[in-house]
Design a protein around this ligand. Structure first.
Ligand SMILES: Cc1cc2nc3c(=O)[nH]c(=O)nc-3n(C[C@H](O)[C@H](O)[C@H](O)COP(=O)(O)OP(=O)(O)OC[C@H]3O[C@@H](n4cnc5c(N)ncnc54)[C@H](O)[C@@H]3O)c2cc1C
Length: 401
């Protein structure tokens, strides 16, 4: 084992940090207040290849993996600029297309994505919620096309993207009644596709929408991977999404603790810096430990994902190694997302408390990040569904639902 960060990773961190620091949290907060996108920052990191760092080199990417994309995500958040669309565009859609796309699909979608073009992801439905087996948006074959009908909700960034990966039901298992899923790349301006904005209380540059598919015609060559293979395939994208969510939370945690430590060293109320009081110092120290533990698990999850994809996780102790690799990787992604959301929230809360009243002012740039980190306790997979996964898969406990 080697826990030392490689010189390449250190350089990547420094490069992302330098770009993000030029914009910083003030830029981010101003964009959010104005209801605008963080386009300049997104374009700047896109031009430098950071958004496609994990995509295959033959399609314009950097040829690295989730470890590197997690570094990009974390360093942006550590400058107070958490970007939700990294979770959906390069992490989920990029990984799904790179893994399951045909050469033509990769050429068409990955090349622009490697330069920063956005693609979004639609799985959540109003009635199915966390239960993807109940997905009701259908895709029905009709000659050379599929027809999509149904609705999706809380879909981030549809207004910013040309296309999205949509998870649909193509048939139903006759025994269980569960949906058999298939993935399609759908244009966001396809005829028959309507969207309505969902007013949200979280502060982020991305907006959320409910989508309505009314006989949306999708050419058959937009099918991603196999028909009815979507459930198995989708986790190749959802695990990276969990890892990036974790990276955002640890990044915001670092940002908050950095500000809190500076403030606690500087602010004097009783003739001594408030950081000397253990009531202030211990919550910050606890949060620091939690953030560092979550970072470890996040990088482990990213490493496992990358090595699972390459089929190169050491197998000396594995009996059925493919299954074991995939279980290890999913377990780590879930645990990282859980631990990082909790750590990020604790760090942000401790930092706000350290700042007293200032912690809730706009000027100190902390409270406006609360909604973003709080969101990541619910999405992309809720804390309870992670606990269900760990209870059943890691501990072998019976399923409750
Ligand atoms: C800001 C934002 C952005 C989003 N962006 C996207 C996006 O881009 N694309 C997309 O597809 N989706 C997106 N989502 C949706 C998000 O992934 C879901 O909100 C999330 O997966 C939870 O599903 P749900 O809201 O339907 O909750 P529900 O499934 O209705 O769950 C409600 C509550 O019940 C709990 N619960 C449910 N089942 C169980 C169980 N078996 N055991 C214990 N507890 C349970 C949950 O943990 C949760 O606390 C976004 C959501 C938000 C808020």
């Amino acid at each position: 084992m080697d826990f030392a960060e490689s010189p390449e990773h250190e350089m990547l961190r420094a490069a992302v940090r330098d770009v993000a620091a030029k914009y910083g949290h003030e830029y981010y907060a101003e964009k959010v207040r104005a209801g605008e996108r963080a386009t300049e920052l997104w374009d700047a990191i896109g031009e430098l290849g950071f958004l496609g760092v994990h995509l295959p080199e033959e399609y314009g990417g950097g040829g690295a993996g989730m470890v590197e994309l997690a570094i990009v995500c974390e360093e942006l958040a550590a400058q107070g600029c958490p970007l939700l669309l990294i979770l959906v565009s390069p992490a989920i859609c990029g990984e799904l297309i790179a893994t399951f796309g045909t050469a033509a699909q990769k050429d068409r979608w990955l090349r622009p994505m490697a330069e920063g073009a956005k693609m979004v992801f639609a799985i959540t439905e109003p009635d199915a919620g966390s239960n993807s087996h109940n997905i009701a948006t259908t895709a029905t074959r009709d000659g050379d096309v599929y027809r999509l009908n149904g609705s999706k909700t809380y879909i981030s960034g549809v207004d910013e993207a040309d296309a999205m990966v949509v998870v649909t039901r193509t048939s139903t298992d006759p025994d269980s009644g569960r949906a058999r899923l298939s993935l399609f790349v759908v244009d966001t301006d396809a005829p028959g596709l309507e969207r309505t904005l969902i007013p949200m209380e979280i502060s982020g540059p991305e907006k959320q929408f409910t989508l309505f598919f009314d006989d949306v015609e999708v050419p058959a060559d937009r099918l991603l991977g196999g028909v009815d293979e979507g459930l198995r395939q989708v986790f190749v994208g959802l695990n990276p999404e969990r890892i990036m969510s974790a990276a955002i939370c640890t990044g915001v945690g670092r940002y908050a603790l950095g500000k809190a430590a500076a403030y606690a060293n500087d602010r004097e109320v009783w003739g001594t810096p408030i950081g000397r009081h253990q009531g202030i110092a211990h919550p910050l120290a606890t949060a620091k430990i939690e953030v560092e533990l979550a970072r470890l698990m996040t990088l482990k999850a990213a490493w496992l994902h990358d090595h699972q994809q390459l089929g190169s996780i050491p197998t000396h102790r594995a009996s059925t190694h493919t299954e074991r690799m995939s279980r290890q990787s999913a377990e780590a992604a879930n645990m990282a997302k859980y631990a990082a959301a909790e750590a990020g929230l604790h760090a942000l809360d401790a930092a706000i408390q350290t700042h007293g009243g200032n912690g809730l002012s706009s000027e100190y740039g902390l409270a406006d990040l609360w909604g973003m980190v709080r969101l990541l306790r619910i999405a992309p997979v809720s804390r309870e569904m992670v606990l269900n996964f760990v209870a059943q898969q890691s501990l072998g406990l019976p399923k409750s639902y």
